[in-house]
Structures are given as structure tokens and as C-alpha cells.
Design a protein around this ligand. Structure first.
Ligand SMILES: Nc1ncnc2c1ncn2[C@@H]1O[C@H](COP(=O)(O)OP(=O)(O)OP(=O)(O)O)[C@@H](O)[C@H]1O
Length: 447
């Protein structure tokens, strides 16, 4: 059985511990109780006030006014600012009634010094807040200027630095990296930060168009649809994606073009008519040793090589990328989804064979398909099964990634009715997907 300890003695102890001053007077204004904090705030001792009437104490000048007397008169709660012994005190008088008759008045007393301290703290916070807001806007404009490129990892910060440095030069650039890791994004970024920003940025994806027409598209003004790409990119940047797929005769003409650009820069110091940025996700050295890629072209392009690491090697970028895509697709689909911490952990541990493109694609699907506001591991598992591969099965990392990719492509193919839909669902561009299907020897039929 619990003992009821709440008696008069106990309540008096509690009131004495309060950090507010408490002053109780009866309905005539005579002080019945005055706690320790009130003594400290008012600078008046219990002995000076207990059993004395407030009217007399106001007369003697000990109090400038008495809120207790105001409350006795009006029988309503009242708040006043008082000067007691040169200190500013805030006193709130509260009437206590029994059967509608006033029984007593309790006055709660606060030292304005506390409020002053709080005001000072608030001012400090406002200053800090202002400072942070300024920095945030600086950060935001930098962020926007960089076209929202997430570069939280050291590796990406290094690449951003190189990209910033080389964007103002005219030299060719060679971007290397797995599919979906951001090569096109970097090519655009370099163009947009170069002196050619007002001129065209033209992309040629050698894996997306039949090999037989690459040369025409690139060089032939008369037979290409809109004039040659070299002509279209005049004054600007020509971005040649998947250059390893470029046919040898075309490579030869590109070597000629690059040499011409180089010589004109050397002899006239002139800006080249076109800047070339090339990209490859193939093992280009293997193509060279197989005789599929010209060594001289490789050296002409490889003056500034930038290798973009796969996402699995820069896991610090995963959370900021998740947040970026979550905001983007929440806004786009007018949703307000968030991702649980467990699910984020789960996504950090995934190997992302399709790199940033796959991550973006999965976040978009999660925003659209999850039936709760908080996206959890179970929702992700619907898309990605067998997240974790066994470590000790004797396969190399690449083999594991490939076998996982095969599984995913087959699984996704069951949900769509064409290669185009499959490429959208998987977040891989169509030509890369076709190549993968061919390389993995997958037998895919669409319903
Ligand atoms: N660091 C990053 N920050 C923000 N978005 C990124 C980042 N890296 C890639 N992306 C986004 O991921 C998607 C894929 O990137 P991108 O197309 O540049 O890859 P890629 O390497 O050119 O792929 P592929 O080799 O298949 O052509 C794009 O939507 C791009 O904007």
C-alpha cells in the first residue's frame, strides 16, 4: 500500500523548492506564506513580511505597489511590474476562492533578470541564426551553380576541383566510369562552367546509334539530318559518349580533327572551334590491345583523364543523393515521403551496379509505389531482392555484380512489354541495356 505523503508540511517543502517566488496573502492582504525564492527575488526576509498587512508595507515604502491588493479589490488575476529594492520584478497575482468568496491571493514572482538573460540568449540565437542563414544561401547558390552535383565524398570533391579547374581550358577531357555514375552530368557541368557556356553542347552517344551512321552524323554536313555534329557544336562542346564504340574509320577522322585543333592552338594561339569531351565506361586499354581503339586517339583524348568512381566506392554520397532524389520526386509527385533510418542503412550497404542512375530510379519508384509515408526496408525489398551477396562464394566482385545485374534485368523484364520500358524501369540507357542483354546472353521475351 502506498503512503500518502502529500500533507501541509510536504507541500510547504515543495513550494520552498520552487524557482518562482511565491507569496500568499489572506483576503485582507495579510501575508500567510512567503517562500525562499521570493525572499531572494524581492530582497526582503520572511520576518519582515509574515503576519504583516500589504497596505502597511506599501505605506512604509517596502513595496512600491502590491499586486495582491489589486487582486483583492478586483478578484481577478493580474500581472504587474514592480520595483523592489532597485530590482525589476514581475508579479502575477491569482485569486483563490471558496464558494465564490475570496479566500486568499497567491502572487508568483519572477525576477526580470531571468527574462533579461533569456532575451540576451534569444538575441545570441538570432545572431547565430542570421549567420547560418547567410552561409546557407551561399551554400545554396554554390549548390545550384554546380547543377546539384552531390559531392560529399572526398573522391567526388577531388573531381569537382579538377572539373572546376579544367572547365576554363580548351583541352580535350576524357571521362571514365561505369554506366550511370555521372559522366554526362560532368560533361555538361564542364561545358556550363567554361567560356563556351553560351554556345551549344552537343552529345553523340556512340552506343545508341548504328555504327554505320556515326561517321556521317559526326562529319558529313550534307548527308546528316541537321548538318554534321561538328558543325552543330561549332564554338561549343561536342560530348562523345561511349567513344569505345566508335568505328575505326571514324576514329581516324577524329584523330585528324583533334590534331588540326591542336595545331591551330599552337600556331595561332586561337581558341579551337570546338571542344571535345569524350567518355567511356569500357576498359579502354583492353580495346586498345584488341586493336579496336586507336592508341593515338587515346593519347590525344587522355590529356586530362577524369575517373569517376562507382557509387559503391563512395558511400558518403549515398545519403545526400537519396535526399536530393527524395526531394525531387516528392515535389514532382506532390508527395511527402521520408525514408526510415533502417532503410537508409540498407541502401548504403547495397552495391549499386547501376550507380547513381539506379539509385535515382529506385527512389522515384519508392515515392510512387510505397503505401505509407515512411518508406521502409520492406518496400525496397520489393524491388531489390537478395541485397546481400555471400562474401565467401569464390566469385570476384565483378562477377557478383554481373550475376546480380542479370537477375535484376530478368526480374524487371517480367513487368514490362518492351525494351524501352525495361530501360526506363531499370534506369539504364537503352543501348547499354541491349549490350548487357547480349553480353549476359539473356533470353528475354516481352508479353
Ligand atoms: N553526383 C551526382 N549528383 C547528383 N546527380 C547525379 C550525380 N551523379 C549522377 N547523377 C544523376 O544520375 C543520372 C545518371 O548520370 P549520367 O547520365 O551523367 O551517367 P553516365 O555515367 O553518363 O551514364 P551512361 O554511361 O549510362 O551514359 C543522371 O540523372 C544524373 O543527373
Amino acid at each position: 500500500m502506498t503512503k500518502n505523503i502529500i500533507n501541509k508540511n510536504f507541500l510547504t517543502k515543495v513550494l520552498d523548492k520552487s524557482n518562482q517566488g511565491i507569496h500568499i496573502v489572506d483576503s485582507n492582504g495579510t501575508t500567510l506564506y512567503y517562500n525562499k525564492t521570493a525572499e531572494e527575488i524581492d530582497g526582503i526576509s520572511k520576518e519582515e513580511i509574515l503576519g504583516k498587512n500589504m497596505k502597511d508595507l506599501v505605506k512604509t515604502g517596502l513595496f512600491s505597489r502590491s499586486v495582491a491588493l489589486d487582486v483583492i479589490e478586483s478578484c481577478k488575476q493580474k500581472e504587474v511590474v514592480q520595483y523592489i529594492n532597485d530590482r525589476v520584478v514581475i508579479a502575477t497575482g491569482v485569486p483563490i476562492t471558496k464558494d465564490k468568496e475570496l479566500e486568499a491571493v497567491v502572487v508568483f514572482v519572477k525576477d526580470s533578470k531571468v527574462l533579461r538573460d533569456m532575451t540576451l540568449q534569444l538575441q545570441d540565437l538570432l545572431i547565430e541564426n542570421n549567420y547560418m542563414a547567410k552561409n546557407l544561401s551561399k551554400y545554396n547558390s554554390k549548390y545550384l551553380k554546380e547543377g546539384i552535383i552531390i559531392s560529399n565524398s572526398k573522391a567526388m570533391q577531388r573531381i569537382m576541383k579538377v572539373a572546376n579547374r579544367v572547365s576554363k581550358l580548351e583541352t580535350p577531357i576524357f571521362l571514365l566510369g561505369e554506366p550511370g555514375c555521372g559522366k554526362t552530368m560532368f560533361a555538361k557541368y564542364i561545358h556550363e562552367n567554361s567560356l563556351r557556356i553560351d554556345k551549344p553542347f552537343i552529345k553523340l552517344d556512340c552506343s545508341a546509334i548504328p555504327k554505320s551512321i556515326i561517321e556521317t552524323e559526326m562529319f558529313d554536313d550534307e548527308n546528316s539530318y541537321n548538318g554534321s555534329l561538328l558543325k552543330q557544336a561549332e564554338g561549343g562542346t561536342l560530348f562523345i559518349d561511349e567513344i569505345a564504340d566508335m568505328p575505326l574509320p571514324c576514329q581516324q577522322r577524329l584523330v585528324y580533327e583533334l590534331n588540326r585543333i591542336k595545331n591551330s592552338m599552337k600556331s595561332h594561339g586561337a581558341s579551337p572551334s570546338i571542344r571535345i569531351i569524350a567518355a567511356s565506361n569500357e576498359n579502354i586499354s583492353k580495346n586498345i590491345s584488341d586493336g579496336k581503339f586507336r592508341m593515338d586517339l587515346y593519347y590525344l583524348l587522355n590529356i586530362i583523364p577524369i575517373k569517376i568512381p562507382p557509387l559503391r566506392e563512395r558511400s558518403e554520397d549515398i545519403i545526400p543523393l537519396i535526399n536530393l532524389f527524395l526531394n525531387k520526386y516528392n515535389e514532382f509527385y506532390n508527395e511527402d515521403k521520408s525514408i526510415s533510418p533502417n532503410c537508409k542503412k540498407f541502401l548504403i550497404n547495397y552495391s549499386w551496379p547501376g550507380n547513381v542512375r539506379e539509385l535515382e530510379n529506385i527512389i522515384e519508384r519508392l515515392v510512387v509505389t510505397s503505401d505509407t509515408d515512411v518508406i521502409d526496408v520492406e518496400h525496397v525489398e520489393e524491388f531489390i531482392n537478395n541485397f546481400y551477396t555471400k562474401i565467401d562464394d569464390g566469385k570476384t566482385f565483378k562477377e557478383k555484380v554481373e550475376s546480380y545485374e542479370k537477375k535484376l534485368i530478368l526480374e524487371y523484364s517480367k513487368q514490362v512489354s518492351s525494351i524501352k520500358e525495361l530501360s526506363i524501369l531499370a534506369g539504364i540507357n537503352e543501348s547499354t541495356l541491349r549490350k548487357k542483354i547480349e553480353r549476359f546472353n539473356l533470353n528475354i521475351t516481352f508479353s
